[in-house]
Design a protein around this ligand. Structure first.
Ligand code: IPM
Ligand code: MN
Length: 355
């Protein structure tokens, strides 16, 4: 059977990191005897330049019919002046909405050979293995917006079914991990957070094997830096999840390391959590590992090849342990490699592991 993968390189470093990740994905597919049909589409600034819209229908339709979507990154300063509804970011938000990608999974794992790379002390970040489950289809991102004279507003609203759905994702994920869910909200101030907390507590009753605790987002932000190893699965709303996942990335040593999966009813989208890094685009120095690890999540969730996913993760760890580094994680005594070289090294290691 052939698996249809829609590939959206996007803008900035998107093309370079996706190319490196495809090399690894293709090698993993070959090893698992699955065939991939890769189809490239435009979104973001690249689409804006070509079609005068950031998310062409063609891209949406192809994505809807795909088994999975692999995305690089979108955006860049050359589109800073465009109208809000044409901004490259609209492509990502549009895909999340149109594909119903309601659950964003952002694993934050500290790879042993990078444990000393975080500005947070090594003994604090060692062993960190957190899965942030971010609600991705609701909240303030998609609530009513308005501007009137010198006022502007964005409404934060959640419905019980939306909260139940994302809580369920968190509880299910916890079953394959350490069976602990932390729900993050601002229930001391926000009505939407009070509904969030009550609904998560109610949903937890169906999962007596999972332990659940609750944090206010301000305290959680502090705990995430002070003692991150205490957390397993973290479930939170769209905005808090956006902010907290960038903060959590600091623990992993570089935001370039972190992958994500946005899971929907029919298809899922995989992308690194970092942006398009226009300042280093075209130089071949971007870190492709976040995208490579996103491809591993694709193998795991969309192609049901967990062994292949684990092999890619192992290959990444081994290449880092052997001292190869892109510029963002380079230190004297390690070997600096380009984006493409990093992709080839992981591919080679993957092939070696399969022997
Ligand atoms: C992310 C990004 C997006 C978000 C932007 C590009 C719309 O920051 O995926 O975390 O805010 O969700
Ligand atoms: Mn973000």
């Amino acid at each position: 059977m052939e698996h249809k993968i829609v590939v959206i390189p996007g803008d900035g470093i998107g093309g370079e990191i996706v190319e490196a990740a495809l090399r690894v994905l293709q090698a993993a597919a070959n090893q698992s005897n699955i065939s991939l049909s890769l189809q490239e589409y435009y979104a973001g600034g690249a689409a804006l330049d070509r079609y005068e819209e950031p998310l062409p229908q063609e891209t949406v339709q192809a994505a809807k019919q795909a088994d999975a979507v692999l995305l690089g990154a979108v955006g860049g300063p050359q589109w800073d002046g465009v109208a809000p509804e044409l901004r490259p970011e609209r492509a990502i938000l549009g895909l999340r909405q149109e594909l119903g990608l309601y659950a964003n999974l952002r694993p934050v794992r500290v790879i042993p050979s990078l444990a000393s790379y975080s500005p947070v002390k090594e003994e604090v970040v060692s062993g960190v293995d957190i899965l942030i489950v971010r609600e991705l289809n609701g909240g303030i991102y998609f609530g009513e917006k308005g501007t009137e004279g010198d006022k502007a507003w964005d409404v934060e609203m959640y419905s019980r079914p939306e909260i139940e759905r994302i809580a369920e994702v968190a509880f299910q994920a916890a079953k394959g991990r350490h069976r602990q869910v932390t729900s993050v909200d601002k229930a001391n101030v926000l009505a939407s957070s009070r509904l969030w907390r009550a609904t998560v507590m109610e949903a937890a009753k169906a999962h007596p094997d999972i332990s659940l605790n609750h944090y206010y987002v301000d305290n959680f932000a502090m705990q995430l830096i002070l003692a991150p190893a205490q957390f397993d699965v973290v479930v939170t709303n769209n905005l808090f999840g956006d902010i907290l996942s960038d903060a959590a990335a600091v623990l992993a040593g570089s935001i370039g390391m972190l992958p994500s999966a946005s899971v929907g009813r029919e298809t899922s989208l995989y992308e690194p959590i970092h942006g398009s890094a226009p300042e280093i685009a075209g130089q071949g120095i971007a870190n492709p590992l976040g995208t490579i690890l996103s491809a591993a999540m694709l193998l795991d969730y969309s192609l049901q090849k967990p062994e292949a996913a684990r092999a890619v993760e192992q290959a990444v760890e081994d290449v880092l342990a052997a001292g190869y580094r892109t510029q963002d994680i380079y230190r004297p005594g390690t070997t600096k490699v380009s984006t493409a070289e990093m992709g080839r090294l992981v591919e080679e290691k993957l092939n070696e592991l399969a022997k």
